[in-house]
Design a protein around this ligand. Sequence first.
Ligand code: AMP
Ligand code: TRP
Length: 333
Amino acid sequence: MTRVFSGMQPSGEPHLGNLLGAWVNWVAMQREAESIYCVVDLHAMTSPTEHDPDTLRHRTVDLATSMLAVGVDPEQSILFVQSHVHEHAECTWLFNCITGFGELRKQPQFKEKSEGHESVSAGLFDYPVLQTADILLYHADEVPVGEDQRHHIELARDIGQRFNHRFGEVFTLPKAVHPPAGARVMDLQDPASKMSKSQSSEKGIVRVLDDPKRIEKKVKSAVTDSATDIRFDRDEKPGVSNLLEIFSAATGRGIEELAREYDGRGYGAFKSAVAEAVVELLRPIQQRHHELADDPGEVARLLEVGADKARALAAPTLARAKDAMGLLPAGEA
Ligand code: AMP
Ligand code: TRP
């Protein structure tokens, strides 16, 4: 069976892009693949501006709760918090010692995130090596991620290949899988840019936990254009097209069919229908989120079960890697 690994950083409140671009796919994959999903809290500490202990703690629980609420099923998948499995940090060190400084310096995401910051941490520099450990420790075959993660997955392959070549076959080489282009959710106020927890304004972003009134307000004030026709055309009508994609993803109905149904009825009616569809999509998720948030003991228990299962897979792989590199096993001489 194919094994899938993916992770998300607890670095902000989850939004419709996370749900439609990642989680819907994660949930679907649980049935077809052995799936491992991780709240990557160690990665979230690398942000030059954002690391506040209370916020990190709170967001970690909250992100795990959201993943459970959208349907990540701990019976079918492994769901855990990265820092609960110390093997990730330890494996990072092993990989650090076979990764080039130059290789990391030219990583596009590092360049982007460090630009304009006077001091960036060694952790930010090392971010892709930690991500490599996440993936390789579990022998993941596939890593479902957004396009922006392509270089990180390539690096994971390179490091895995280099290790196997120098020290013997230990690691499986993963490949990135990207969700269909339709799952890219754009900012409601700026439909040329992705909806993003770091870039979008509050009006441009629909959060998974926004209440119905807020959702309605945001969708109704989404930027469209001065014409009135409703059709799918990303270049000429990016705002309308984004709403059509969201509408389609929320209802499971085809874009063309929806465009035909709403064309000629005006943007007002169209936006109301989109808002309602998003509210209905999020309603059961919010309901489950609130139930889980009222029972933190249960979330903690599920995360412990997940960490135990993850450790059982990661520990033997790490032990083999250490042995292969010549680290003396404890108890041997
Ligand atoms: P981020 O919230 O930026 O850490 O993104 C985590 C993951 O959510 C990404 O790797 C994507 O798979 C997905 N994602 C984030 N924003 C969007 C978006 N606007 N459209 C589609 N998918 C997204
Ligand atoms: N860097 C990823 C992102 O920002 C998050 C991540 C960390 C990840 N470790 C991973 C994704 C392992 C896939 C596999 O989206």
